[in-house]
Write a protein that binds this ligand. Structure first.
Ligand code: GDP
Ligand code: MG
Length: 707
């Protein structure tokens, strides 16, 4: 035996590969209940005696004819890396479908071990599998396992140890007519000894008869590629003429027939009535008419709960940060005024503002993960698939889009569950249009200032506009740059499962950390940057300018008290200092660009700083409008200053909210877009959203002015 053995875990999505992988290697990983969640390659090591077993957790696949990214990844790994052993993880409650993949693994000429996972559930459902009969029928060892409880690991490891890499694995017989065609193609393939040491000839011959296009790519390495292709075409023609059916159908019928025989031999099913639970629940939840309303209700409940529960810890955190600011204000001596201002007004205000969102994020993710692990998410995707499909999206896009209400960063990451690259790119591109948690404060502030009677309605309208826009953009992109056949909805509904506490916590932790890390680093940097550009260069008013302001102020407000004059003078000083700062100059310089939208230089400045993070828009406006105000009066004060600014109107405010909703998301989200779909699409996204924001903003402003 070698001293390192490469073991691949492969099988259908949701059969428990990752769970078994974690149990085998002791590494902790994401455990979900959403089919196809594994897209990355996970590797881990288990030492046993003198041997190092390298385990790789492959993406879920339904067969070796690759349609999706996952399937290509998994198959190419098996073909190119040539693991020493394949552990085929099977869902024992769905044996026939699982075995379909198993037969194809056997054709690769690599020893296969069947892990009959979920055997606890199979037993509970009254499915009794005779391991000995199954093993002898299919000619490979089978072991019963329960991945989530670590049962059967010893036997599985023993089977890996005994796997004989030199022995030919038993494969199925496709009937004499098809076999003769396989044989002749196999002979042709074997004419090049280099090729067959690299690729299994029988597997290749069968894939050619199945008209697998990806196999043709690999075939290019064969010197007689053209001749083989022609022979394959002839074989296919012969089979189709002989049977009167497509050759790929003949092949798959043979497999299913064989499997059916094997299952009849080795499986006894005594259906117990209470294991129809999933079916019964689904009769209601997946009912043709109820599915969609139930989905909306579930979604509504999640958001209500999130905000209802999250409000308290959020307030505690805000109190905590303002207490820290107070303490630091006291503690840092006034000689270090800049340092103090940087820490208190820059870092704590910026980073603290974002961190106080963490409780919301934790609760939102907890609830969404709960739904996912229960098995509801797959059903939500099913329920919404029809609607989303008519906009060129996939049912599975619903999950990223929902997360988009919280934060685009995890939402974009969640689009990994989509298998087709086009669907995935499309989902990533439209997700930022969902009104995220950071846009909420901006919308709440402006709605309260300009539509005091109807603030909640205005905020709701913006949410709705986001959803509608994202769907329309999906349609537009699908009709233009992302044209292509719609992917069929191949996703099975997993049975409802009780989530494990550990799994849930891991889920929440993984996502929260991503939010804190990504948002935290970028917010910190941008908070410092914005502090710098709003503070420097420092501008001191001359005595004359101050006196001039005071006399003008007094002539307008002859009854002003000394305190009022003092406050007005401070505000004036602050505003001038800000207008003279880099940020102010920048705002003035770019203001002409924003004229069609009706923005003055202050809104223009806030739009630019908002690029760092949308929350920053509120703090920028705070700095721009009220300098040197008491802490607790700030929010009311800012609202009033906004409402009384003659440069603004309800129309301009609405256009600004709309613009904030549409323009490219924060740096963190953009970095995630880049990481997930690359530079090219990131640039596309930037231009697309900017153009859309400007065009729609201008339209609404100009039409609004006419009315
Ligand atoms: P993968 O898609 O094949 O990687 O599947 P996962 O490892 O993500 O498992 C899917 C779900 O099945 C998770 O909720 C697991 O906790 C659960 N699971 C895994 N193995 C078993 C098992 O043997 N029995 C039961 N009842 N649940 C399992
Ligand atoms: Mg997995």
């Amino acid at each position: 035996m070698k001293d390192t053995v490469l073991v691949a875990l492969a099988g259908n999505p949701n059969s428990g590969k990752t769970t078994l992988f974690n149990a085998l290697t002791g590494l902790h990983h994401h455990v979900g209940n959403y089919p196809g969640v594994t897209v990355e390659k996970r590797e881990g090591i288990r030492k046993q005696g003198a041997v190092d077993y390298h385990f790789v957790d492959l993406p879920g696949i339904y067969g070796l004819t690759a349609y999706s990214v996952d399937e290509v990844v998994a198959r190419d790994f098996l073909l190119e890396e040539k693991p020493d052993v394949i552990i085929n993880v099977l869902d024992s409650t769905n044996l026939e479908r699982s075995l379909y993949t198993c037969l194809q693994f056997q054709e690769l000429g690599i020893p296969v071990i069947g892990a009959l996972n979920m055997s606890d559930e199979a037993e509970a459902q009254g499915i009794r599998i005779n391991v000995t009969t199954l093993s002898s029928t299919l000619g490979i060892p089978f072991v019963k396992t329960v991945g989530s409880k670590g049962i059967g690991l010893e036997e599985l490891c023993a089977a890996i140890e005994h796997a004989d890499t030199n022995k030919q694995t038993k494969t199925i017989h496709y009937g004499s007519e098809v076999e003769s065609q396989i044989q002749s193609l196999q002979t042709l393939l074997e004419s090049d000894s280099d090729f067959v040491t690299h690729y299994p000839a029988r597997f290749f011959a069968i894939k050619l008869l199945e008209k697998d296009n990806n196999v043709l790519e690999h075939l290019k390495k064969h010197p007689k590629a053209e001749q083989i292709k022609a022979a394959a075409r002839q074989s296919i023609q012969w089979i189709e003429k002989h049977f009167g059916k497509y050759s790929e159908i003949i092949v798959s019928e043979q497999r299913y027939g064989y499997i059916h025989g094997a299952v009849v031999e080795s499986v006894d099913t005594v259906k117990k009535p209470d294991f129809l639970i999933t079916e019964n629940i689904d009769k209601v939840i997946m009912n043709r008419f109820l599915a969609l309303p139930i989905f909306v209700l579930v979604l509504w409940t999640v958001f209500q709960l999130t905000f209802a529960i999250g409000d308290y810890p959020m307030q505690w955190l805000e109190t905590l940060f303002s207490w820290i600011s107070d303490v630091l204000n006291e503690a840092i001596p006034s000689e270090l005024e800049h340092v103090r201002s940087l820490i208190v007004d820059g870092i704590i205000a910026g980073v603290g503002g974002v961190l106080s969102f963490v409780p919301l994020i934790v609760i939102l993710f907890f609830l969404l993960s709960l739904l996912e692990d229960l098995g509801y998410m797959a059903r939500a995707a099913f329920a919404t698939d029809k609607i989303l499909h008519s906009f060129g999206l996939h049912g599975q896009s619903v999950f990223p889009m929902m997360l988009g209400f919280g934060c685009s960063v995890p939402a974009i990451l969640a689009s990994r569950t989509l298998k087709n690259p086009r669907d995935r790119i499309l989902t990533v591109l439209i997700t930022p249009l969902m009104s995220c948690g950071a846009k909420l404060p901006v919308h709440v502030l402006l709605a309260a200032a300009f539509f005091p009677e109807h603030a909640p309605t205005v905020v709701m309208i913006l949410y709705a506009v986001g959803v509608v826009l994202s769907l329309l953009c999906a349609l537009l992109l699908k009709k233009t740059v992302l044209r292509g056949d719609p992917t069929p909805f191949v996703m099975e509904l997993p049975p409802y499962r009780a989530p494990t506490f550990k799994g849930l916590m891991w889920h929440v932790w993984e996502k929260t950390i991503a939010y804190v890390k990504k948002a935290g680093t970028i917010i910190l940097a941008s908070a410092i940057l914005i502090w710098v550009i709003t503070t420097f260069p420092q501008y001191e008013l001359s005595g004359d300018e101050v006196a001039g302001f005071e006399s003008a102020y007094l002539s307008e407000n002859p009854d002003a008290s000394a305190d009022e004059i003092e406050a007005a003078r401070e505000t004036f000083k602050g505003t001038v200092a800000l207008e003279q700062s880099y940020a102010g100059r920048l705002g003035h310089a770019i203001q002409p660009l924003f004229r069609p939208l009706g923005f003055d230089w202050k809104l223009a400045t806030a739009s630019v700083t908002g690029f760092a993070a949308k929350e920053v828009i509120v703090s920028t406006l705070g700095i721009l409008y009220r300098v040197g105000t008491e802490e607790d009066e700030e929010s009311i004060g800012l609202r009033e200053s906004l409402a009384h600014d003659p440069a603004l109107s309800p129309l301009v405010a609405f256009v600004f909210m709309l613009f904030t909703l549409i323009i490219p998301p924060c740096f963190a989200a953009l970095a995630t877009v880049k990481a997930e779909i690359g530079w090219k699409w990131l640039c596309f996204e930037l231009v697309f959203l900017l153009v859309l924001g400007f065009v729609l903003g201008t339209l609404v402003y100009q039409i609004g002015r006419l009315i």
